[in-house]
Design a protein around this ligand. Structure first.
Ligand code: A5P
Length: 219
């Protein structure tokens, strides 16, 4: 799938132009975007969704500005773990969900880069990452489990010094909005990997190097 990811990343880089403020996502697909973006030598300013991306962007000589200095991103370009036909997504496999969601929400547009394996009829049938505070984590986890889910705590902390509890969604999710609302209502839950109504455009790369660009209306 590397060729598909590369094709998506390169296409996204070709859509960026001078003067833009760009949100840089996290993950193996976005890496190709960053590399292609750096080759274009544009006059752009970038903000990052993780420390990992920050390091990569610095290596690639992309101009980074502190997040506090940005009023709005013209575009955020990020990957996804799953995406459905309404462009709702599960993200956070790489643990960067909180910063990713903050940057996505602060952007005029969110372009999502995928390979065909990320497209699903319905979200679910995999784990959903939830970022939770360290303080009282056992209470927070118990409340999440009360919703009927089992999960596992990651051993590493997030860039924000928090924990990630991955719940097992088992089958397809019938109502992602309701699950998201229930989770966010639990004290100690800081963010979920459900990105609902945030993506505006998808660039899907294929193994043969071709890409398909679509939004909700073109499906
Ligand atoms: C990072 O926390 C995630 O949300 C990524 O955006 C997502 O996991 C996609 O990563 P890949 O492009 O590596 O599949």
């Amino acid at each position: 799938l590397e060729l598909a990811k590369k094709a998506a990343g390169e296409k996204a880089a070709s859509l960026i132009h001078d003067g833009m403020i760009v949100g840089l996502g996290t993950g193996s697909t976005t890496r190709y975007f960053l590399e292609a973006l750096s080759r274009r030598n544009l006059r752009i300013k970038c903000g990052c969704t993780s420390k990992r991306t920050e390091e990569l962007a610095k290596e690639l000589n992309l101009l980074l500005v502190p997040i506090e200095a940005i009023r709005e991103f013209d575009v955020d370009v990020d990957g996804a773990d799953q995406i459905d036909k309404n462009l709702n997504m599960i993200k956070g496999g790489g643990g960067a969900l909180l910063r990713e969601k903050i940057v996505a929400k602060a952007s005029k547009k969110m372009i999502v880069l995928i390979d065909p394996s990320k497209r699903v009829q319905k979200l679910g049938g995999r784990t959903l990452p939830i970022e939770i505070a360290q303080f009282g984590a056992h209470f927070t986890i118990a409340h999440i489990e009360d919703l009927g889910y089992t999960g596992a705590l990651r051993k590493t902390l997030t860039d924000n010094g928090n924990l990630i509890f991955d719940i097992d969604l088992k089958g397809p999710l019938s109502d992602p909005e309701s699950l998201n609302a229930k989770l966010l209502n639990i004290p100690g839950v800081l963010e979920t990997g459900l990105f609902l109504g945030m993506a505006t455009e998808v660039i899907e790369g294929n193994e043969d190097g071709s890409v398909k660009i679509y939004d909700k209306n073109s499906l």
